[in-house]
Design a protein around this ligand. Structure first.
Ligand SMILES: Cc1ncc(COP(=O)(O)O)c(C=O)c1O
Length: 350
């Protein structure tokens, strides 16, 4: 702390991202990255863009990418908002759409950045407990609120909420913005983007960090009613006019166009997920049903922190959260078949 800080800074509780180790030989199953590379067409588009034009600012509206996203989802360009990773998109959403008199609702076990944004923007929140099976119950959200946000599939549980249940939440709170954070939707869920034309209070966010394997490029998006998008554009244009650089715009647009690479890599991750689940269950783990590129599992006889430490000694890193209710769970990202085998071998004979 220093006398130079603006007063509110001393009370901020920042988000702690998963470790990005400097040791490259570790089997990294801790931050839900995609084990397969991005679309070769996206890489080629970025290579072509590496030229003298980098002296010029990028298109502040990223129109090329907005059009690619709008076409992909069958919406209009003015229903699409883009940002530097979905974290930035979410930050603008909290700031521009979720700061109201009543508390924001989100699950007690959910993306741990949500309470951080509440702290940053002074938003009151009410953490709604997941049920005993770690599922979201739509009925729990039918109460006065200043907005609702939840990941679907949820993180870190991986559990999917069916589209009709999402609709139930939307119908019960027509006067609040309901944000569905679909960072992991492509690994087994159905996007709620199909509902945006019927629900002006729905905003869906997605990222290119997971299913399109571009975490290092930092591109995220939101789709919703043009009035919601306009609020986000106002915030963005009061904060940073150029959140996406020239490489990100062309790379992300090409990634959306390469449906073949996308479909193939998603299928491989899903197949591996089912293999990992079967292997863990054979070792006595309880694994929550997952529609994501990670699984959430606990062993009835073994302490989760101890297991994480043991795996680390074997060169495999997974994520453990020191949070009540989930302290005995490990969140394990799905890797290549070789990485998944290293995980199973690293656990040894329990
Ligand atoms: C639920 C959820 N939402 C959003 C994000 C942010 O993703 P990014 O900023 O890479 O788009 C993550 C990242 O892990 C996530 O788990």
């Amino acid at each position: 702390m220093s006398k130079f800080w603006s007063p509110f800074v001393k009370d901020l509780v920042p988000y702690v991202p998963g470790e990005q180790p400097k040791l490259t030989k570790l089997v990294k199953l801790n931050t839900n990255e995609n084990p397969y590379g991005p679309s070769p067409k996206a890489l080629a588009a970025m290579q072509t863009e590496l030229n003298d034009n980098l002296r010029l600012y990028p298109d502040p509206n990223s129109d090329l990418l907005k059009t690619a996203v709008a076409q992909y989802y069958g919406v209009q360009s003015n229903q699409v908002f883009l940002g530097n990773g979905s974290d930035e998109v979410l930050a603008h959403i909290f700031h521009g759409l979720l700061q109201h008199d009543k508390p924001l609702l989100f699950p007690d076990i959910s993306y741990s950045f949500y309470p951080v944004y509440c702290g940053l923007y002074g938003i009151e929140f009410d953490a709604v407990p997941l049920d005993a099976q770690f599922q979201i119950d739509p009925a729990d959200y039918a109460k006065p609120n200043g907005g609702i946000i939840f990941p679907n599939p949820n993180a870190p549980t991986g559990c999917l909420l069916a589209l009709d249940a999402v609709e139930q939440i939307l119908k019960a709170s027509p006067d609040s913005v309901v944000v569905v954070d679909e960072a992991y939707i492509d690994f087994g869920g159905e996007t709620a983007i199909s509902l945006v034309d019927r629900y002006p209070n729905l905003l869906v966010t997605q990222t290119l960090s997971k299913s399109r394997s571009l975490a290092g490029l930092r591109v995220g998006l939101a789709v919703g009613h043009p009035d919601l998008i306009e609020a986000l554009e106002r915030i963005k244009n009061s904060f940073n006019s150029y959140p996406l650089d020239r490489l990100a715009i062309v790379g992300a647009a090409a990634a959306f166009e390469d449906r073949e690479h996308f479909g193939k890599t998603c299928r491989l991750v899903i197949e591996s997920r089912e293999w990992v689940i079967a292997q863990l269950q054979a070792k006595g783990f309880e694994v929550l049903p997952s529609a994501a590129n990670f699984i959430f599992a606990r062993h009835p006889q073994h302490d989760a922190a101890g297991l994480a430490a043991k795996l680390r000694e074997q060169g495999v890193i997974v994520r453990h959260f020191k949070q009540e209710r989930i302290a005995q769970f490990l969140r394990i990202s799905i890797g290549t078949p070789e990485q998944n085998q290293a995980l199973i071998d690293g656990l040894g004979d329990l």
